[in-house]
Design a binder for this molecule. Sequence first.
Ligand SMILES: [Zn+2]
Ligand SMILES: [Zn+2]
Length: 350
Amino acid sequence: MKTMLAARLVCAGEPLRIEEIPVPEPGPDEVLVEVRACGLCGTDLHLAVAGDLPVERTPITLGHEAAGVVAAKGRDAATVREGDRVALFPAASCGACRFCVAGRESLCDRSKVYGMARDGALAEYVAAPARSVIPLPDAIPFDIGAVATDGVATPFHALRTRGALRAGETVGVFGCGGLGTHAVQIARLMGAACVVAVDTDPAALVRASALGADLALDPREADVAREVRRRLGGLDLALECVGAAETVALAVRCLGKGGRAVVVGVGPARPELPPLASFVGREQAVLGSFGMDRRDIEDLYRLVAAGRLDLSASISARYPLAQADAALRRLAGRDGGVVRVVVEPHGELP
Ligand SMILES: [Zn+2]
Ligand SMILES: [Zn+2]
């Protein structure tokens, strides 16, 4: 039996364990992907550090943001070939439920997120249904291809599909870490008339400004809602990337008439709505946005390959698989300099 190394979550709050386990055997409709890059994200912190999101079993191999090369495939996996460059859709969606059929894979009834409900990609190899891998264009490196599937696709989905952002609108991004940084770039790309970045970390605000934010505000130093109303008359679209009650409330307070607040951040917080007299009378909306659809990733790859979207500043640090836990700690440190960290189980292969 062939074996491989994998970074396994044994117990939340404890370090990830590098274990030697069997290389997964792809099922008839599955492929085996040799992982070249796997990003880490806030969800991994919830799973492995805070322990406030559940995993189906332990130990489980972490990692849901990955790209690599098809190393083997099952007999029914007709849509891919060995040697194909691919990325993983971050969850193995079923392909058959009414949401999958409608192209809303983020809502799949039988979705199995890698690293939560099935073994993930923080390993030398990962098995995935052939239908849920996405071709990765040659022009896009594996690390960029990996983080685009989640760290970039999540804000893209939130702004485009859920927020229905239209050119000429004003956008606020609350929390400018791994998701919010990309939200600033995408809002610019989609034609926002003004992008306001809000964060308490000066480094995150400097980066957001460098990537196109027109206004950078620190809520500890400025009355953000008053400033936004004074300058813009309120936001058309507010994107909340933190998952805290006070940032959701702040995002809603910054909305103008007809404004939409899209919440991407998750957690146990219970935010409050404003008084109905103002909320209803001003036709405001608060929407949840969860993950992404396959279409979001495909369209992002088109934008990156065409040179429209530059993600070259998105990879803040790279780690070998043996140091996967150090990568996780780096992300957990929440230093504003970090956008995305990636683990490269096969080193810097071409
Ligand atoms: Zn993620
Ligand atoms: Zn489904």
